[in-house]
Design a protein around this ligand. Structure first.
Ligand code: C2E
Ligand code: CA
Ligand code: CA
Ligand code: CA
Length: 279
């Protein structure tokens, strides 16, 4: 509500009340977006540097409002997490991404994997292994073509339940990757314990590695760490040919970033990136 009577009767900080109002507005918006089916998935290619070919796409959530605006997840994901609405949204993302990937395979394209971001809240509030199992069953996608992106924070929670869930997901044949690697607090012990398949080097390191030797040594260290533990490594946020070449020299063969493609709608993945299978 607007303060008609001036500042005299305020018993709370008006700035704070605006924050609360804004949160409630977004939360209501999210509920409506679920009802009105306003969420869409964009897909960003992950590319092998040697061949320039796509081998995977990351599914990234967008909220398409009625006036045609495209809202990025950074503005609403945290509110979706705190309100628990991330559960139905996350389930929809997983189902839609797996369904889309299965359709591409059925259309005769050479198979690629799809990766889906799963927030720690989804692991806390639901049985993610059961959800993954159901979605694979429902869509008919073979587990080897699904990848789950989690953050270091999830591993650090050090709970038996989460360890168990991740093991069950692994044992289905689904790949696990650690997103934004290097920005959290994961210890090498957790890496050894969970044996994720893939480390994704956070884009903040890639962004500055050409002019900052310190950032470059972090990138280089993560690449070597991954390889010595038998993991794959992907560099995120690659925006230039110079960065791609440097990564290749450092031994990182898989990349994702605006230099190759921004996240795009599924039709554009089909038209520009997928190749017809030879078999
Ligand atoms: P993320 O998982 O680290 O995704 C990468 C983000 O970097 C994406 O932002 C992508 O558009 C952006 N990006 C890609 N290449 C480049 C580049 O070359 N330069 C720069 N500067 N940025 C690049 P987006 O799509 O806005 O997503 C932001 C974050 O929201 C994601 O970060 C992820 O943490 C979260 N998110 C996205 N979709 C989902 C989802 O379905 N579920 C959950 N739980 N989180 C999601
Ligand atoms: Ca991600
Ligand atoms: Ca990331
Ligand atoms: Ca991120």
């Amino acid at each position: 509500a607007k303060n008609k009577g001036g500042n005299r009767f305020h018993i709370y900080d008006p700035k704070e009340s605006n924050v609360i109002e804004e949160r409630l507005r977004i939360e209501n918006g999210i509920r409506q977006a679920i009802e009105k089916r306003q969420f869409v998935l964009y897909y960003q290619p992950k590319v092998h540097l040697a061949s320039g070919k796509i081998y995977s796409v990351e599914a990234l959530l967008r909220w398409q409002t009625t006036d045609g605006q495209l809202i990025h997840p950074d503005t609403f994901i945290s509110i979706a997490e705190e309100s628990g609405l991330i559960v139905p949204i996350g389930k929809w993302v997983l189902l839609t991404a797996c369904h889309q990937n299965k359709r591409w395979q059925d259309m005769g394209y050479a198979p690629i994997s799809v990766s889906v971001n799963v927030s720690p809240k989804q692991f806390q509030l639901t049985d993610m292994a059961e959800t993954v199992h159901q979605v694979l069953h429902e869509t008919g996608l073979s587990p080897e073509w699904l990848e789950i992106e989690i953050t270091e924070g999830l591993l650090m929670q050090n709970s038996n339940e989460i360890t168990n869930t991740l093991r069950r997901i692994r044992s289905m044949g689904v790949k696990i990757s650690i997103d934004d690697f290097g920005t959290g607090y994961s210890s090498l012990r957790y890496l050894k314990l969970f044996e994720p398949h893939i480390l994704k080097i956070d884009q903040s390191f890639v962004a500055h590695m050409m002019e900052d030797p310190g950032q470059l040594s972090i990138v280089s260290a993560i690449i070597h760490l991954a390889h010595s533990l038998g993991m794959e490594v992907v560099a995120e946020g690659v925006e230039s040919a110079e960065q791609a070449l440097k990564l290749l020299q450092e031994g990182c063969h898989s990349v994702q970033g605006f230099f190759f493609s921004p996240p795009v709608v599924f039709e554009e993945i089909q038209q520009k990136w997928l190749q017809t299978s030879i078999s």
